[in-house]
Ligand binder design. Structure first.
Ligand code: SF4
Length: 115
């Protein structure tokens, strides 16, 4: 199997060619080692950082932006979104506060201050 991907780890956006041959994965086109890792991971077990918003229960019509602290498996994104959708938080909230713990292997953290 062969795939062409764009590395999304920095603005340079290198075009990667990833070839899977049995258990071996070969990456070319990367300008740095991070691109090789990205290419390998993207064909073997793709992950994404999920961003969303959570309701602030003690403020009218206020939401706080959140994200997964670490990328989660692409296959788990809908589960993560469902857990975030059910969540609420009480202000004050600070950037980096953990809103939910261990959702598909990642904490959900605030990315905005709410006084
Ligand atoms: S391979 Fe390296 S230089 Fe190229 S886009 Fe990815 S992170 Fe940036």
């Amino acid at each position: 199997m062969e795939r062409n991907l764009t590395c999304i780890l920095c603005p340079r956006g290198c075009t990667l060619n990833v070839t899977v041959d049995g258990d071996n994965v070969f990456v070319t086109g990367n300008s740095c080692p991070r691109g090789r890792y990205y290419g390998e991971e993207e064909v073997v077990a793709p992950k994404r950082t999920v961003t969303s918003i959570v309701r602030v229960s003690n403020r009218d019509d206020v939401m706080v932006s959140v994200k997964t602290e670490t990328p989660v498996a692409k296959a788990d994104i809908f589960t993560v979104m469902e857990e975030i959708r059910k969540a609420s938080v009480t202000a004050p909230v600070r950037v980096g506060d953990v809103i939910l713990t261990d959702v598909c292997g990642s904490n959900i953290i605030a990315t905005k201050n709410i006084d």
